[in-house]
Design a protein around this ligand. Sequence first.
Ligand code: GLP
Length: 243
Amino acid sequence: MKIIRCKDYADMSRKAANIISAQVILKPNAKLGLATGTTPIGAYQQLIKWYEKDDVDFAEVSTYNLDEYRGLSHDDPQSYHYFMRDNFFDHININLDNTHVPDGSNPNAEEACAEYDALVKAAGYVDLQLLGIGNNGHIGFNEPDEAFSKGTHCVDLTESTIKANSRLFEREEDVPRQAYTMGVQTIMRAKMILVVANGSAKQQAVYDMVYGPVTPRVPASILQLHTNCILVADEEALGMCPA
Ligand code: GLP
């Protein structure tokens, strides 16, 4: 895994945006795997600025998001559908028909997951997958488990994830208890993986991802086996890692 050390959140966001925009410049019809969470917001904001300056063009890009809460409609402000439009898609020239997020509004988990899997597979998987990391080492919503997951599936969120994500909801009870997420095997099929991490709360997860044993107890640790994985992280997140 290549590690790019950044001064702070702004530096991390710019460097991550640079890598994403390079991908789009090199391949205008790139397939991007995208992530939610607060970490990538700065990178999305930077990409929007470059789009406004005519430096990057998303007209032919298609996107595949990692995950979605089960039970939220697309226009629910807490849904990842809404998040992506609000933080990125509504501000660039992407064709919304080419943006994809698992369908959390479909209560039939098996059907929703199988449909999403078929979609990502038909696309030939993504060129670049952007990933954040949860405090417990989760990627997408792949929580610590006994085995690495494969395709898109429905997960029960752990207490720690519900607690961490509750900061974005009015009350902790409002956080959905389940989500549909791309599996670890699908994530690993991306040609390139770009992980972003900032802040001291991520120190342990980042250390375990890069230096710990490869184990489904820390889902992100499997990224050690990817041949083209880049970690762009600030000093705080890298606080436990050797300089
Ligand atoms: C959620 C998302 C993940 C994200 C994680 C960390 O659980 N499903 O994709 O990486 O939160 O979020 P944040 O970047 O806000 O710390």
